[in-house]
Design a protein around this ligand. Structure first.
Ligand code: ADP
Length: 472
């Protein structure tokens, strides 16, 4: 062990007594890369030195552990925790490391992460610990630690726990420390040794508590991230529902057209069939129209569904020209009712963007419906909304929505994209926040400017795929 340390530490010792193993004074000098002494530690006994050297190794490991878990993305925290349960287990010569956390209803701790040395059975993930280890569970939920070096030290009430662990391969020594998340006991972390009875010094217990604290803060971070996603999805849904409320009438109007055309053409077919010698060409043409109008109705319904559908972004190549045509169909009736001249133009050929079609539709709808509101709020002057999509530079698609509305004053301009900023009596102030986060998720930017003459222009960019063009 000491040999191994020589590379990293400079050791000196002088024998003070005949019992060299117990009584020696050793100076451990720790150097940094430049050769400066970073730490000087005096130890009176050899045991202490061995413990301390293991401690210094643990210090390095712990620093790495803390830094890694702090850096880890929330969605990768679980995997990282499992990895570290293993690394810490091996470094501390343990056989099993386990985390149990309270389940969703906050009642029963359930094993969520587990590691076991090769050849040792881990505590199964998903196990409700109270069912097999009632004594340990009660202790854990009271926020108490349990430390034993020999199973004989356990009280009688712990027998059921012990019997179960024995069935799983046994336990010799064990430390269980509470797992606190945001200052509240949320479960426990168990560190077990099966083959070796080992004494637990106060220092080693403190180390395990520190490990548990780091796990606790990583799990808190994950919890906050999960909660944020849930809230964002909820807001997303509410905003979608609000947008859909406004669009329902327009869509009903849209759907009426193909349905009326289908009815008309069906009547034509009935009439033609009633003739003595039916004109088959005319019947075929009417049936073709019915099929086409039906496809249109199906497409309209599909678009409504896709706007309503919650869920994560599913990225695939998206033809923005097609998206804009669909948007035009969705909002033209609304524009007509509100007496707005809407023009939607795009270059003949647009490179596809990699994106989530429903999310991109949501961005465009938010911006276009806002533009409609802005022109309607302006008392006089032209009521125009112009949407242009073009590839200004290779690999970048730019979409602008320009309106002749009331414009944005400089104070509002500074807050437009903040959550819940609205100037509308029934506004929610989430449309632009969501639109910007969607555009950012696609690797683009969204901003707004006041037009030099009147109204405002909202513009966003999306990375396009210059190599693979969708044919116009
Ligand atoms: P809301 O649904 O409340 O309008 P948004 O986040 O979509 O929420 O918009 C926030 C605010 O931004 C609006 O209340 C409005 O004051 C302003 N705004 C958005 N688009 C325009 C626009 N085209 N012209 C002027 N102001 C706008």
């Amino acid at each position: 062990m000491l040999d191994g340390l020589r590379e990293r530490f400079c050791l000196e010792y002088e024998d003070k007594t005949a019992d060299a193993e117990r009584w020696c004074r050793i100076t451990v000098m720790r150097f940094d890369d430049s050769g400066k002494i970073r730490a000087l530690v005096l130890h009176e006994t050899l045991d202490e030195v061995i413990n301390a050297s293991a401690g210094l190794e643990f210090e390095d490991l712990f620093a790495d552990f803390t830094a890694t878990l702090m850096r880890t993305n929330a969605h990768e925290i679980d995997d990282e925790i499992e990895r570290w349960l293993g690394r810490i287990g091996l470094a501390l010569e343990l056989d099993r490391t386990t985390i149990a956390q309270l389940n969703r209803d906050g009642q029963n701790p359930v094993v969520t992460h587990a590691w076991a040395r090769e050849g040792v059975q881990p505590i199964p993930v998903g196990l409700e610990v109270a069912t097999v280890m009632p004594w340990l569970t009660r202790k854990a939920m009271r926020g108490e630690s349990v430390v034993f070096s020999d199973e004989q030290e356990l009280p009688l009430e712990a027998r059921p726990d012990l019997e179960w662990v024995v069935r799983l391969g046994g336990i010799s020594s064990h430390v269980m420390v509470p797992l606190t998340v945001a200052g509240v006991v949320h479960g426990a972390v168990g560190f077990g040794s099966i083959y070796r009875r080992r004494p637990w010094s106060p220092r080693s217990i403190r180390r395990l508590q520190m490990v548990s604290e780091v796990f606790g803060s990583a799990l808190l971070r994950k919890r906050i991230a999960v909660e944020n996603i849930r809230l964002a999805n909820e807001i997303h849904q509410v905003s979608r529902a609000a947008t859909m409320g406004e669009m329902t009438a327009a869509l009903a109007h849209e759907l009426n057209q193909p349905l009326a055309a289908i009815l008309n053409n069906s009547r034509v077919v009935q009439r033609l069939l009633a003739a003595k010698s039916p004109d088959l060409n005319e019947i075929r043409a009417a049936l073709d129209d019915i099929v086409r109008d039906n496809a249109r109705a199906v497409e309209i319904v599909r678009d409504v569904r896709s706007v309503f559908q919650p869920g994560e972004a599913k990225m695939s190549p998206v033809d923005m020209k097609q998206v804009l045509q669909d948007i035009k169909r969705m909002v033209s009736a609304d524009a007509k009712t509100r007496n707005i001249a809407l023009s939607i133009n795009s270059s003949d050929r647009l490179a596809p963007v990699i994106g989530d079609r429903p999310h991109l539709i949501e961005v465009l709808l938010n911006l276009i419906l806002n533009a409609f509101d802005a022109v309607c709020e302006s008392d006089n002057g032209p009521r125009e909304v112009t949407v242009v999509a073009e590839e200004r530079s290779p690999g970048e698609l730019r979409v602008s929505i320009r309106d002749s509305g009331r414009g944005i004053d400089s104070e509002a301009l500074a807050h437009l994209f903040e959550p819940f900023f609205t100037t509308k009596s029934s506004g929610m102030g989430m449309g632009l926040t969501i639109a910007r986060s969607i555009v950012h998720n696609h690797g683009g930017r969204l901003w707004a400017v006041q037009n030099p003459d009147r109204g405002a222009t909202f513009e966003f960019t999306l990375p396009a795929q210059p190599a693979a063009r969708i044919r116009a």
